[in-house]
Write a protein that binds this ligand. Structure first.
Ligand code: MLC
Ligand code: AMP
Length: 506
């Protein structure tokens, strides 16, 4: 019987010459395909030696490194479920994820080992390892003692490969469960759709705890047996310097905005490039055009989610239209629904719903929530609002979910409002997203004090910083006496957005 383990699909694409370079890092390290084979085998054997239960979750909050990527691949290889966590998450956020996912193994940076292991132990997770981005940590110490030979564990197509937490509209994060089939199918579809070919080199500059950097980028390169130039962090100067050695680059819109500010970004610097991909947030038409003018390349914008991996893409051959996310990928059914549940014709705006082999298995231990998000005929409600134009291109025009996407990271106002409302002296708050030249959109908080209390916006921001991941912190906080409301008493966030839309203009 076929082994549907996603790792097996990637391993099968390794080039014949295992001594060829698979990954080259910005700190001068070279990893061959054999290194990836051996490293993932040793880490998989370490996981195996822990005698974890079937379906065990491996929760990982570490800085970006090739070893961190190998830990992901080893988790697949060993048949367990990978749970990546943003390095910006602080203790309350980590405590929630660990309590909710009940991982059997937790891996964190050495400087966080004290508090992370305490949270893990309190939840009954005793396998806690450390891993830094310089190949130091107990994880590698232990793996070094393991065999470098390992048989890829057989997985069924629907077995879980990863759980990605995405915040919920109520403020509680939900774990999107992705299977080996979900990820393998999407990787294969993108390989064909984006014309990956022999000799491609991916310049990898994204974080590896979300769909874009972890799945779209890494799977893209590995399932094509392509080399990666691995940047530990996005640095626009370094990207420009490395572009002439690469053929493919992927980024959230903020990366493109920052690259355009580099004088070194020229047609000459992009001479070897074949493909620039953008996604995770709307790419402004000005950025799309400026890129075309400066580099001669047309950015290919695509659209996806943690729950579904990639859903749509502009064509590789054919016209890439700025301001659109292209067409549904092969195998994906996409429709735009009206309020009455009817499918809308071209040009009309409604809720985007999708179905396909890439759509997730549901939210971890939230069957009710899962049910709510699917229609009776099996379509997933994305919470994005859009339309299909007369030429079939899909446009995303808004979101029905109350969500801010800042620099490609999702921020749920409900979560931030919950924190602010719990502060002494706060009666109520509203967090809205406003345009920002660098991050696309950023959060702004508007707060009302309780009668008799005096509040200070800067102090509220400072207090939030001690509890929440930094990218979630509103960039400004205003204390006001009332919030605009409709006749039902609901806060009119659209008016707040309108009122503050020019805060960061220019
Ligand atoms: C950093 N900061 C942000 C921020 N990132 N603020 C708002 N939004 C963000 N995204 C703030 C920090 O809080 C800090 O503020 C200051 O900027 C400097 O922090 P930093 O860590 O040094 O920032 P920097 O390295 O410049 O990071 C910016 C960035 C990063 C754009 C490189 O945000 C990034 O890598 N974004 C990519 C996210 C991503 O991969 N998304 C894919 C999701 S997958 P202070 O006040 O503390 O100084 C998905 C599905 C799909 O959505 O379709 O792909
Ligand atoms: P996440 O939950 O982090 O996976 O974020 C998924 C969300 O990002 C989607 O539901 C969209 O709202 C948004 N998104 C992803 N790609 C695009 C894009 N190209 N244009 C507009 N929004 C996008």
């Amino acid at each position: 019987m076929k082994n549907n383990n996603l790792f097996a699909a990637m391993r099968a694409a390794f080039p014949e010459d295992l001594d060829a370079i698979a990954v080259e890092t910005d700190n001068g390290l070279y990893y061959s395909w054999r290194d990836l084979e051996r490293g993932t085998a040793m880490l998989a054997n370490l996981l195996k030696s822990l005698q974890l239960p079937e379906g065990a979750r491996i929760a990982v909050q570490v800085e970006k490194s090739v070893e961190a990527m190998m830990l992901y691949l080893a988790t697949l290889r060993a048949g367990y479920v990978f749970l990546p966590l943003n390095t910006a998450y602080q203790s309350a956020e980590m405590a929630y994820f660990i309590a909710n996912a009940e991982p059997s193994v937790v891996v964190c940076g050495r400087k966080n080992f004290g508090w992370v292991s305490k949270i893990a132990f309190q939840q009954g997770t005793y396998n806690v390892f450390s891993l830094d981005d310089n190949r130091i940590g107990s994880l590698l110490d232990r793996a070094a003692q393991c065999s470098d030979r390992h048989e890829v564990v057989p997985r069924k197509a629907d077995d879980l490969a990863a759980i990605l937490y995405t915040s919920g509209t109520t403020g509680r994060s939900k774990g999107a469960m992705l299977s080996h089939r979900n990820l393998a199918d999407n990787a294969q579809v993108l390989k064909d759709y984006w014309g990956w070919k022999t000799g491609d080199v991916l310049l990898h500059a994204l974080p590896i705890f979300h769909v874009h950097g972890l799945f779209v980028a890494i799977h893209g390169a590995l399932i094509n047996g392509s080399k990666m130039i691995w940047l530990s962090k996005f640095d626009p100067k370094l990207v420009v310097e490395k572009l002439p050695e690469a053929t493919v680059f992927m980024g959230v819109p903020t990366l493109y905005v920052r690259l355009l500010a580099e004088p070194g970004l020229t047609r000459e610097a992009c001479r070897t490039m074949r493909l620039f991909v953008a996604g995770s947030a709307p790419l402004l038409i000005e950025t799309f055009r400026a890129w075309q003018e400066r580099t001669g390349h047309t950015i290919l914008e695509r659209y996806g989610m943690s729950e579904t991996a990639m859903l749509t893409s502009n064509p590789y051959e054919g016209e890439r239209r700025g301001g659109t996310v292209g067409f549904a990928l092969p195998g994906v059914s996409l429709r735009v629904q009206g309020d009455g549940g009817q499918t809308l014709p071209a040009g009309e705006v409604g809720g985007i719903e999708v179905k396909g082999p890439n759509v997730f298995q549901g939210y971890w231990r939230m069957p009710e929530k899962t049910k709510e998000e699917f229609t009776a005929d099996g379509f997933f409600k994305t919470g994005d609002v859009g339309k299909i134009d007369e030429r079939g291109y899909i446009h995303i025009v808004g979101r029905s979910k109350d969500l801010i996407i800042s620099g490609g990271y999702n921020v749920y106002p409900a979560e931030i409002e919950g924190y602010i409302n719990d502060m002494p002296g706060v009666a109520e708050s509203a967090v809205v997203g406003v345009p920002h030249p660098d991050f696309g959109e950023v959060g702004v908080a508007i707060v009302i004090a309780k009668p008799g209390s005096t509040l200070d916006g800067d102090a509220i921001i400072a207090a939030l910083k001690s509890g929440l991941a930094n990218f979630k912190i509103p960039k400004r906080c205003f204390v006001v006496t009332e919030l605009p409301r409709n006749t039902m008493g609901k806060v009119q966030k659209n008016l707040l957005r309108e009122q503050h839309k020019a805060l960061f203009a220019g």
